[in-house]
Design a protein around this ligand. Structure first.
Ligand SMILES: *Cc1c(COP(=O)(O)O)cnc(C)c1O
Length: 217
C-alpha cells in the first residue's frame, strides 16, 4: 500500500475520533526491507523511520542520512547494554528503555557524550515472559528513577500480545502515561494503527503496510 494511503488512513482516523490533524507521527519501519523500497519512500519525502536492530541500522542509515537531509531515526527494538553507545550515536529516538541498568548506562553515556536521544519507556502490558518491556507494576518507580537520572523520557511504548485485542493494551498504556505526566504514546503497527490512534497514539510504527512483506530469508 502506498505511503499516501497510510497517511490518508491516519488523517481519517484522527478526524473520526476528534484528534487534531497531524497529531500522529508515522514511523515507517524499514527493518529487513530491500534498500530500493526504503529509498523510494525517502524520495517521496518521508523522513521518519524505525529500525529494530542496531546492527542492521548501522549498516544502512549513515549512508542514507548523508543522501537525504532531515532523517529522524527511531530505535523500536530491544537495546543491549553493549550496543548503547552506538545506538545513541545513530538514533534520534529510542523507544525501548525497559530496565534500570539500561537507564543508568544511557545516563552515563549521555554525560560523557553531552548528548542524549529522546526516550520512550517500553511497557510489557501483556506481562509476557518472553517479551521486552518493564512490568506495569514497576513502571511508576522506573519513571521516577529515569527522572532522577535527568533522562529525556517523553512517553511510553508497547507491543500488545498477538492474540489479544490491542485496544485494551493501548488504553492501558494511555492511562499509565497520563498517570505519570507523559504526553507521547508509541503504539500501533500495520494491523492496528487506527485502533491505536483512537486510543491516543502520537507515534504509530508501520512497516509491512507501507513497504510490503519483509524478506525473512
Ligand atoms: C516490526 C515492528 C513494527 C512494524 O510491524 P508491521 O506489522 O510490519 O507494521 C512495529 N513495531 C515494532 C517494535 C516492530 O519490531
Amino acid at each position: 500500500m502506498p505511503l499516501s494511503d497510510i497517511k490518508d488512513r491516519i488523517a481519517k482516523e484522527e478526524a473520526r475520533v476528534g484528534r487534531a490533524p497531524g497529531s500522529t507521527t508515522l514511523i515507517a519501519v524499514s527493518k529487513e526491507q530491500p534498500l530500493d523500497r526504503v529509498v523510494a519512500v525517502l524520495e517521496e519525502g518521508h523522513r521518519v523511520f524505525g529500525e529494530n536492530k542496531v546492527q542492521e541500522a548501522v549498516g544502512k542509515w549513515p549512508d542514507l542520512k548523508q543522501r537525504f537531509a532531515g532523517v529522524e531515526l527511531h530505535l523500536i527494538g530491544p537495546l543491549q547494554s553493549n550496543k548503547t553507545r552506538q545506538a545513541m550515536g545513530l538514533f534520534d529516538v529510542i523507544h525501548s528503555v525497559d530496565r534500570p541498568k539500561l537507564a543508568r548506562t544511557i545516563a552515563r553515556i549521555a554525560e560523557e557524550e553531552g548528548h542524549c536521544p529522546t526516550l520512550f519507556i517500553q511497557v510489557n502490558t501483556g506481562e509476557e515472559p518472553q517479551k521486552a518491556g518493564i512490568m506495569p507494576d514497576d513502571l511508576d518507580a522506573f519513571v521516577n528513577e529515569c527522572r532522577d537520572l535527568a533522562l529525556p523520557v517523553v512517553g511510553l511504548m508497547c507491543i500488545p500480545p498477538v492474540d489479544e485485542e490491542p485496544s485494551l493494551h493501548f488504553a492501558l498504556l494511555a492511562k499509565m502515561a497520563a498517570r505519570n505526566g507523559l504526553k507521547q504514546l508509541s503504539m500501533g503497527m500495520s494491523s492496528d494503527f487506527e485502533r491505536a490512534i483512537a486510543q491516543g497514539a502520537t507515534f504509530v510504527r508501520v512497516g509491512s503496510a507501507i513497504f510490503g512483506d519483509r524478506d525473512y530469508g
